[in-house]
Design a protein around this ligand. Structure first.
Ligand code: EPS
Length: 385
């Protein structure tokens, strides 16, 4: 499965094309719209999310509510476009780039007249299209009993203590935790820490400042052997890391306990292998985060990603006018104070898309039926070995 997105933050619409999506998948538009709405939530978002109510419009690749195997194309209209149509034509050139944003390099690279043309495409608004692709992917993963969850671990310096072991282990009895995550305005399952995170966001907002943070994405129900050590670019961890790195603001991607790895000895770090007749091969720990040798190992995949603070601040930062070279404050626009809860939902989407990709590499891409047949065959083989 491959995809492309197009569209600008304040243009008429975002659009996407998904190619090599399997046929025979029931396309539940309500589910796609629900996923889009999850990305729009999150304490700390700015005025824009109140304007938009993202909805997908599918243009091709679906007939009688089922995917046909032809490329799927879709639109997500920007309601704010109506308010920006004129402004985008007559706005004076923006020449004071924001440190931390694409502004300066984008302006120089494309030989532009105004930073506006960088802002419009580099905006994290694009992630709405990515969540849409992720939702299409999740529709397939549902048939494979694969679940993907996310939660926020840290906003500013307010952190969740410890880990959610039930969720990380992919236990079935996690309904309550998931409800708590969805209920929390910051996607954090601990009510007290959620409150502290909200206070932290309010404080940053009052100071005209912004915040970053850290979130986890977990996928459970994966078989061993997705991805490969055959070539550098077929390694599942390499693909997943690239996908997470492509989310705006992400500066760090950690797989399992990757950060702690240097502090362990080999004997302590690696997840020892056990076997019993019911579970087959299993591990008692998951420091590898479900990936060894570029392949899934049958344990839940655990990814942690860190986002830097949003570069658009009310007061601006020290910058230089690109034309006059005079010292100026960086440009200031309506923006979010913190978008980490939304980034976590985008993280789910990119992981879903990478898992579907790896599934299709191993079990076929043309039809859901073919993928299921091949997958069931593989599961049978794993049981019999
Ligand atoms: C963004 C700036 C804000 C965000 C936007 C990303 O938009 P605006 O400039 O219209 O206020 O709200 O994110 C979204 C609109 C979205 O849907 O995620 C930026 O500069 O990256």
């Amino acid at each position: 499965m491959r995809f492309l997105t197009a569209g600008e933050s304040h243009g008429e619409a975002l659009s996407g094309i998904i190619s090599e999506y399997p046929s025979g998948v029931k396309i539940d538009e309500d589910f796609i719209n629900y996923e889009l709405s999850r990305r729009q939530k999150g304490y700390g978002r700015g005025g824009r999310v109140k304007i938009e109510a993202d909805q997908v419009k599918i243009l091709s690749g679906v007939r009688k509510n089922k995917s046909t195997g032809s490329p799927i194309s879709f639109l997500i209209f920007n309601k704010d476009w109506q308010n920006w149509r004129q402004k985008l034509q007559f706005e004076e050139s923006l020449l004071n780039p924001r440190p931390g944003h694409a502004d300066l390099s984008g302006f120089l690279k494309y030989r532009l007249e105004s930073i506006r043309d960088v802002i419009e495409r580099s905006s994290a608004r694009e992630t709405a299209a990515r969540v849409c692709v992720g939702a299409f992917s999740k529709l397939v993963l549902k048939h494979l009993d694969i679940n993907i969850y996310s939660y926020v671990e840290q906003i500013g310096n307010k952190k969740l203590a410890g880990t959610l072991n039930a969720l990380l282990a992919g236990d079935v009895n996690i309904v309550q935790i998931l409800e708590d995550i969805e209920k929390s305005p910051v996607r954090c399952p601990d009510e007290e820490i959620s409150k502290l995170m909200i206070e932290e966001i309010d404080k940053a907002k009052n100071e005209g400042d912004t915040l970053g943070g850290k979130f986890k994405v977990i996928a459970s129900g994966l078989p061993p052997g997705l991805g490969s050590f055959d070539q550098w670019d077929s390694r599942f961890d390499a693909r997943v890391a690239a996908a997470f790195m492509s989310i705006p603001s992400i500066k760090v991607v950690e797989i399992g306990e990757g950060f702690l790895a240097p502090f362990f000895h080999g004997k302590e770090f690696h997840d020892e292998i056990y076997y019993d007749d019911i579970r087959g091969f299993y591990r008692k720990t998951n420091r590898a985060g479900g990936i060894e040798g570029g392949m899934t190992n049958g344990q839940p995949v655990i990814i942690t990603a860190s986002a830097k603070p949003i570069p658009t601040t009310v007061k601006g930062l020290q910058s230089v006018n690109i034309k006059t070279k005079n010292i100026e404050n960086s440009l200031s626009e309506r923006s979010d104070v913190c978008a980490v809860p939304s980034a976590a939902v985008v993280g789910e989407a990119v992981l879903a898309q990478e898992i579907l990709n790896a599934f299709q590499d191993k079990f076929g891409k043309d039809s859901l039926e073919e993928v299921l047949e091949n997958y069931n065959n593989y599961k049978k083989y794993l049981k019999e070995i």
